[in-house]
Design a protein around this ligand. Structure first.
Ligand SMILES: *Cc1c(COP(=O)(O)O)cnc(C)c1O
Length: 384
């Protein structure tokens, strides 16, 4: 098969014979003319199908190693569509470290429609197996979790799921299709918050769902068309553009991250680093077996000799912001930002200490990023 980087740029080939345009045009039309009553047309109404969105969906399906993909107005809309294939009375097994918004969707929305869940640490296959009930229909998890970067093997979970006739749904936002393609490792449905790595520039909200099986595709398409949470033609175009540089960006992000980890390892106030991409870190072997790299996000803990709030406030190039996967570097304090909804006890149970810092590494010059970290660590040191 053609290499991934070539496919990033050339799939799908625009078929615009009228102008020879090398990119897919932004089709704004909301409705399409029928040649005559009863004619079979490819597009009739923009919610149901749009050529710009379709080109993006074809691109994502190819990169994910799937057959069909669907683009939505946010990652949450994509996750909603993937979960809406289940019905009242179904039960799901869900990773205990999944994205907070997905928990909210399950616990405060889908529960009202009769979908129940059991949370487990999906690294533990025995725990998954013992959570299976007669009405269990699927397993939903993130192969690399936020903010602790714990690694679950897609292949192992999918194998177990197949034995029990369960649907495997993977939110692969942290790795992106550049680093791993869960559909080729046994997963049935793969979600991306395309707001993150796929778009890559913090200027598009989007989500994608990719599948390899026609029956899942039919069910997801039904939800996309029935609920209408589609990605606009303009955002489809911007996302398709962002995707073309996915591997360039992620290679630089991971190269920068490696140098940042080396710097952090030399700092006495840094007591722990979470990053499965380097030998010796937990999850390294499992990650290596399923992915080309561990992505551009890491987290670390400051010991009580440094003030984490002063540290994040003092950074300049690392913008104090949630989200991840963009060209610019970001920093956040999970205990007070992304995971602030959890009580202090729940945070500690989830392994989120007050001194835990999450970095999303960008594509800047790494010397500048390290200098920024250095000055912020210095000013955050607590006096004797
Ligand atoms: C951001 C994120 C989401 C939600 O995506 P939105 O585009 O913000 O709706 C879902 N899963 C993961 C892992 C995320 O990081």
């Amino acid at each position: 098969m053609t290499g991934f980087n070539t496919r990033l740029v050339h799939v799908p080939a625009p078929k615009d014979n009228q102008t020879g345009s090398v990119t897919v045009p932004i089709y704004k039309a909301t409705t399409y003319e029928y040649p005559e009553i009863g004619a079979q047309v490819k597009y009739d109404y923009s919610r149901s199908g749009n050529p710009t969105r379709q080109a993006l969906e074809d691109q994502v399906a190819d990169l994910e190693g799937g057959k069909h993909a669907f683009a939505f107005a946010s990652g949450m809309a994509a996750i909603h569509a993937a979960l809406a294939i289940f019905k009242e009375g179904d039960h799901l097994i869900v990773g205990d470290q999944i994205y907070g918004g997905t928990f909210r969707l399950l616990n405060q929305f889908f529960n009202r429609w009769g979908l129940s869940i059991t949370t487990v640490d999906t690294r533990d296959l025995a725990a998954i197996e013992s959570a299976i009930q007669p009405n269990t229909k699927g397993i939903y998890f993130e192969p690399v979790t936020n903010p602790l970067l714990q690694v679950t093997s897609v292949e192992d979970v999918a194998k177990l799921a197949q034995q029990h006739h369960l649907t495997t749904i993977v939110d692969n936002t942290f790795l992106s299709p550049y680093l791993s393609q869960p559909l080729t490792q046994g997963a049935d449905v793969v979600i991306q918050s395309a707001t993150k790595y796929l778009s890559g520039h913090s200027d598009v909200s989007a989500g994608t769902v990719a599948v390899k099986d026609d029956q899942y595709a039919e069910r997801i398409y039904f939800v996309q068309n029935a609920l209408g949470g589609i990605l606009s033609p303009e955002d489809s175009n911007e996302l398709a553009r962002g995707i073309k540089t996915l591997s360039l960006r992620m290679d630089r992000q991971m190269e920068n991250l490696k140098a940042i980890v080396e710097f952090l390892e030399s700092q006495s106030v840094v007591s722990k680093i979470n990053y499965p991409g380097l030998p010796g870190y937990p999850g390294y072997e499992s990650l290596r077996a399923q992915a080309k790299g561990a992505g551009g996000v890491l987290s670390f803990e400051l010991n009580d000799q440094a003030d984490p709030v002063a540290f994040v406030n003092q950074l300049n190039y690392f913008k104090l912001a949630v989200s991840l996967g963009s060209v610019e570097s970001l920093v956040e304090l999970p205990s007070q930002m992304s995971h602030a909804e959890l009580s202090p006890d729940e945070q500690l149970a989830a392994g989120i200490k007050p001194g835990l810092i999450r970095l999303s590494v960008g594509i800047e010059d790494v010397e500048d990023l390290i200098a920024d970290l250095k000055q912020a660590l210095l000013s955050a040191q607590r006096g004797e």
